[in-house]
Write a new protein. Structure first.
Length: 52
């Protein structure tokens, strides 16, 4: 997944969150997206904290 960008809609919880974290762990750049922007940002912060 290196050098790929993935947009995950609904990435603030559930399956979307799990997918966003998995894609990041595989080396992709992940764009988080949700109706609740603050929750999407929290997921992005978790991904960054994990090295993504």
């Amino acid at each position: 997944m290196d050098e790929r960008t993935v947009v995950v809609t609904g990435s603030s919880k559930g399956i979307g969150k799990a997918l966003a974290k998995r894609f990041a762990a595989e080396g992709a750049t992940v764009v988080t997206n949700s109706r609740d922007g603050s929750r999407a940002e929290r997921v992005a912060e978790e991904i960054r904290a994990d090295g993504g």
